[in-house]
Design a protein. Structure first.
Length: 199
């Protein structure tokens, strides 16, 4: 039996639906919003590479190492980005939430907080995870701050961890939330979401 199975996670504002090639056109439009691929320290696909990236994620999913989602804005009905459960360790019930990006127009709107609430709730309360990781480039300060705002703690930095497309080496910051920390983190995220709702 597969530990991770296709599922849809949603609230009134956002839906995380199983990624499919049918999301291609929305995701091309989304990635053009802010020219996200220009950020050298991220791995966001160029518009012409979105189909290849969808296929890569679905291939990883078929191999059991990933569960891929399209991030759908409930208001517009369009996909605004992608996210995944990745580096899946079904034996130890650990996984990473990563390979996440959002179109620029929905950044800083509370969508990321809502997505993380959905993903973390499912991970800890349905999948019974013992820990959930987040990883990001040392130079991606926006991502690091966002991860820290969730309540994740820095486990350490993997120096010269991987090669980046521009031939530099990436120092990877590794964060995690433990199952014992989840109740407090959940309360914190609910508080943050309520603040966005008032804006």
């Amino acid at each position: 039996m597969t530990w991770l199975t296709n599922t849809t996670l949603s609230d009134d504002f956002v839906a995380l639906t199983p990624l499919a090639i049918s999301h291609h056109d929305d995701l091309v439009e989304a990635v053009k919003d802010g020219e996200l691929w220009e950020l050298w320290y991220t791995m966001v696909p160029k518009p012409g590479h979105v189909a290849v990236e969808i296929e890569r994620r679905l291939q990883c999913q078929s191999e059991g190492s990933m569960l891929a989602f399209a991030i759908v804005d409930q208001k517009s009905g369009k996909a605004a980005g992608m996210t995944t459960y990745m580096n899946v360790d079904s034996v130890n019930k650990r996984l990473e939430i990563g390979s996440t990006w959002y179109r620029k127009s929905v950044q800083r709107t509370g969508m990321n907080t809502r997505c993380k609430m959905l993903l973390l709730t499912h991970a800890f309360e349905a999948l019974d995870c013992i820990a959930v990781e987040f990883r990001t480039h040392f130079f991606n300060t926006q991502s690091r701050k966002a991860i820290e705002r969730l309540g994740a703690k820095l486990d350490g930095i993997l120096r010269n961890h991987s090669k980046v497309d521009n031939s530099t080496l990436r120092d990877t910051c590794v964060y995690s939330i433990l199952n014992s920390e989840w109740p407090a983190v959940k309360s914190h995220l609910a508080y943050q979401m309520a603040k966005y709702d008032k804006d």
